[in-house]
Design a protein around this ligand. Sequence first.
Ligand code: PAF
Length: 277
Amino acid sequence: MDVITTVKQLRERLAHEKNVALVPTMGNLHAGHIQLIKEVKPHTHCLVTSIFVNRLQFGPSEDFNRYPRTLENDCKYLLDAGCDVVFAPDEKEIYPTVQEYTVDPSGLQHLLEGAFRPGHFRGVATVVLKLFNMVQPQIAIFGKKDYQQYLVLKDMVTQLALPIEIVPAETVRAPDGLALSSRNSYLNPTEREEAVQLYGQLMAIKKAILAGYKDYTTLEKVATAYLNSRGWHTDYIAIRAQDHLRLTTPDETQLVVLGASRLGKTRLIDNLEIALN
Ligand code: PAF
């Protein structure tokens, strides 16, 4: 496995590779990333994992500074998982000058996560487009845990006609149901026990909808009130159409319930797809 830090070395290393898959990450890898890499590996000649904590996608009061940087450990995991190339640039390599050209995603960037994290998806789309230009992969894999991010990037590739296939990866969960996330490492033991309640509420909504319950607004409100009564600060619990997270219509069959809520200093997000046919 090669660990590369500059775009020049990266281009030289990948110059003759025909089938490159990219897994973009911000590092602090967990079992979810590793499972994903093991699944993709047999279908590609060259698997590249990028590790870069992207300042552009963090708001001024968000956790950019305390985001865990664990490159050495990440590389050990990646070697075991069969990764071929780790691209771990520093900030100067990705942003040698102030980034004045940015990618403004579709209307999706203003909903849900976008409404609570203004500019977040612009930062994500901009760095991902740069990573695509640097690595030039044929496929790129994004976890469905960040459902809206996956949709934004799928749209970006379609609308900008990028020759890249975006492949979604299923969310990996701890035995109690908590979605694996680098940010789980912020939780103290009491919060870690409590954290599963977000998944629990999404699951309760999913079950109610599958059982035929149609009053989605009430379901959203009840779950929000329940979490808040336990000390969470909920940004949203929302039942939407999987297609572009549109507001639902009565005949909608492909739904997703998404949630974002803060437990102590940690903001957790999760979602569950719901198919009604
Ligand atoms: O999902 C993430 O870890 C990041 O948003 C990504 C896609 C690597 C862009 O910085």
